[in-house]
Ligand binder design. Structure first.
Ligand code: NAP
Length: 352
């Protein structure tokens, strides 16, 4: 299974890596990139990764499959915009690290409560202030005309709309988002691969080879074609509802990110920071590596997956109470049992 014309919006770490992987596995694919920066377009074409590229999203109108690989806050409006310009037979998918609010917001039937949640959690962050904000010129951060967000921004034709007139989504219809035969099908996805560096320069094929790719369920037969395509790209595809994805990813990714930040932050604010720095070795490096992830990504996942991240923190907080009590009690045998139980189970997570 292959798609002859594939579009990618956002030529960053994930978008660039996907483009490189598709070029490697399906060399004849016509891959078109959309980027805010002309230099990224030029570089990706020079690398032989993209067939063509530009800053205007309308160049993707004839694509049969489009990956949206922008920051989380831009996904919904970009998908809506693409659904306006793509053929009804096309597929549009995203790679965002959170799924529930995105899938709900893109449903033809998001409730007012969901829209309110979305407006709190999914707006793009202002790169200067770090606060959720809007990009001038249009509703939900999308400019009203084809001129784009700014001189260096991706252009959206006619604005992407604000998710008006939506209703709640039943579990059985979850992810069948577009009206059949009227708009391109949206299928939420999340490749479980990445690193702390961002941008096209950091993109690479190796990072994605064999990685798990979480795909939302859908009754539409195009989803099966897309799953087969991902398997051909050497991904291990896992089907999961947006709700289960967000609960699970809080445990597997977002929570560990927060813990890495807390661990690094505790050393950095300690009066013994200078002595501590001299003793840093592989243990500290391994447990805090993801603290170097982009802070804007960290803020976005904590806000857009707030319930699950807060539940993770509450669970950790309760376990800290247990652990503190064990240490205070001086009960070496109980403390050993506590650590041994976790060590055995942790080894089981990555069988040799
Ligand atoms: P990235 O390297 O920063 O790439 C994001 C790209 O989106 C940028 O390079 C930029 O490309 C484009 N973009 C469009 N509008 C933007 C805006 N308003 N502000 C900033 N960039 C904008 O980040 P990434 O790690 O690839 O993340 C992209 C998506 O992948 C996110 O939704 C993230 O949740 C998801 N993801 C990340 C990882 C990870 O470990 N990094 C893993 C799995 C999934 P142009 O400059 O070409 O326009």
């Amino acid at each position: 299974m292959s798609f002859p014309r594939v579009g990618i919006v956002g030529l960053g770490l994930i978008g660039g890596s996907l483009a490189k992987l598709i070029r490697e596995v399906f060399p004849d694919t016509h891959i078109v990139g959309v980027s805010r920066s002309q230099s990224a377009c030029t570089q990706a074409i020079a690398d032989g990764v993209l067939s063509s590229a530009g800053t205007d999203i309308r160049i993707l109108a004839k694509m049969s499959l489009v990956f949206v690989a922008t920051p989380i806050g831009m996904i919904v409006d970009t998908v809506k915009c693409l659904q306006e310009i793509l053929a009804p037979t096309a597929i549009v998918t995203d790679v965002a690290s959170v799924k529930r609010d995105i899938v709900e917001a893109l449903s033809a039937s998001a409730s007012p409560r969901q829209k309110e949640k979305r407006s709190k959690g999914l707006r793009p962050l202002d790169p200067v202030s770090g606060k959720a904000g809007s990009i001038p010129g249009g509703a939900n951060g999308i400019p009203g005309g084809a001129g784009g967000i700014s001189g260096s921004a991706v252009s959206f034709p006619g604005g992407a709309g604000g998710g008006q007139g939506a209703q709640p989504l039943g579990a059985s219809t979850l992810c069948d988002l577009a009206e059949p035969n009227h708009k391109a099908l949206f299928i939420g996805g999340h490749p479980m691969a990445g690193k702390e560096t961002t941008g096209y320069a950091a993109s690479e094929v190796q990072m994605l080879i064999g990685a798990t790719y979480v795909l939302m369920p859908s009754l539409d037969p195009r989803r099966q074609s897309f799953e087969t395509y991902l398997k051909n790209l050497k991904f291990r595809v896992v089907t999961m509802s947006p709700e289960d994805h967000d609960e699970a990813v809080a445990l597997a990714s977002h929570g560990p990110y927060v813990m890495a930040c807390l661990t690094a932050g505790t050393l950095l604010k300690s009066p013994y920071v200078d002595a501590g720095k001299q003793l840093i070795s592989s243990g500290f490096r391994d447990t805090t590596r993801v603290a170097c992830s982009p802070a804007q990504w960290g803020a976005a996942v904590c806000l857009d997956n707030a319930d699950a991240v807060l539940a993770f923190l509450q669970s950790v907080s309760a376990d800290m109470g247990t652990l503190s009590a064990l240490i205070t009690s001086g009960d070496a045998a109980a403390l050993t049992r506590y650590f041994e139980t976790i060590a055995v189970q942790r080894r089981g997570l990555f069988p040799v």
